[in-house]
Design a protein around this ligand. Sequence first.
Ligand code: FAD
Length: 405
Amino acid sequence: MSLSHIVIIGAGQAGASAILELRAHGYEGKLTLVGDEPHLPYERPPLSKEVILTPDSARVEILSAEKLAALKVTLITGNGAERLDPEARLVELENGDTLGYDKLLLATGGAPRRLPMLDSLAQQVYTLRNLEDARKLITVFTAEKSIVLVGGGVIGLELASSASARGCRVTVLEQEPMVMKRCAPAALGEYLVGRHRAQGIDVRLSTGIHSAELQGEEVHLLLEDGQTLVADAVVYGIGIVPNVRLAITAGLEVDGAILVDEHCRSSHPDIYAAGDVAARRNGADRPRRIESWENANHQAAIFARHVLGQEPPPARAPWFWTDQLGINIQFVGDMAAAQWHLRGDMASGTDSAFTLIGVSNGTLVAGITVNQPREMRNLRKMVDKRVCFQPEQHLDVTRDLRKLA
Ligand SMILES: Cc1cc2nc3c(=O)[nH]c(=O)nc-3n(C[C@H](O)[C@H](O)[C@H](O)COP(=O)(O)OP(=O)(O)OC[C@H]3O[C@@H](n4cnc5c(N)ncnc54)[C@H](O)[C@@H]3O)c2cc1C
């Protein structure tokens, strides 16, 4: 089938990346990017970091209006897709307009998982997913305010760090016994709890909320351990729910996320999905959804090359990063590795720089660098090559990882 019109729903990371990939790989047909937000495509990682810490200089734009024009892309903003008809190959937008397509990419991302107990307060309660959310937080995180962050995941800890840097008194409530449990080993979690506490952030583990009420301008939280916390504002980050409504109503295979094959193709051959909304089957493994900037870009590239009949980009172990309290942490590979080994010194204070190496069945399957971004390149190579773990070499800091990679 000749391709004359590709439509991308969702003008976020995967959507913008797909545009760049399609044009870079020779697609010359019509290209339409449909966004429900009023903005040009922008990046989300700075929202919890630079946008709050340095609002005047933070840059988030992925594609400028000039770049979109040069790429001959029709960008529709503030007018999301409302309905899909896969058989007629039609998308209906919120304003009733329809678009025909030959191939369609769903890159609709996700929305914050809701906590009805807090939402019911209707005031002084915030979540973070988009630029407007971040701009609100800039006005909320002012000096001396007392802020409670519910959820000790990546976003919760990044926000704790940003709020603390803006002079707030910060408490983090995590119901699990460790922070970042979903995406990092306990050793890193313990290190981060120590660093956050050293910064004056009150991190409370294994702590749930029993009830919440608004008293005047304050939120009163009754905790499950019987204690009460009073806050000027509560921000919660307890994960996301993929935006699958369009896919469900179009009859695509969905199981929490849109299920796609290794080419990012959904159960309908003309419709693909990429990024936070997609769970991709790769080989014999169960479909897996990955929430990261790099995954959104990688899956966009897989989609673009497949519709153009080209070779996929090389497979690589998943990679992501977080920045908190001035510490840069990068992760590669399988965070469920059976054992973790320390290379370097974890306890040397604020400037500590070290690496954690994840091993399963004698093979190096994962790595985490803390304040050692340069080591990540070597670790990635080692994880991609699945090198055999050799503790006497890999854990000896006098040995250059570059030479072992
Ligand atoms: C605050 C924050 C910090 C982060 N920090 C990091 C980090 O440090 N490192 C890292 O690796 N990852 C980070 N991430 C994750 C990363 O940003 C996401 O994984 C990535 O943005 C996913 O890209 P996406 O295109 O799938 O979704 P998104 O970028 O969310 O884009 C989806 C877009 O689709 C739109 N949309 C939804 N429904 C419709 C519809 N029906 N019609 C039209 N448009 C629609 C949405 O409004 C949105 O604009 C962070 C995320 C957040 C929120």
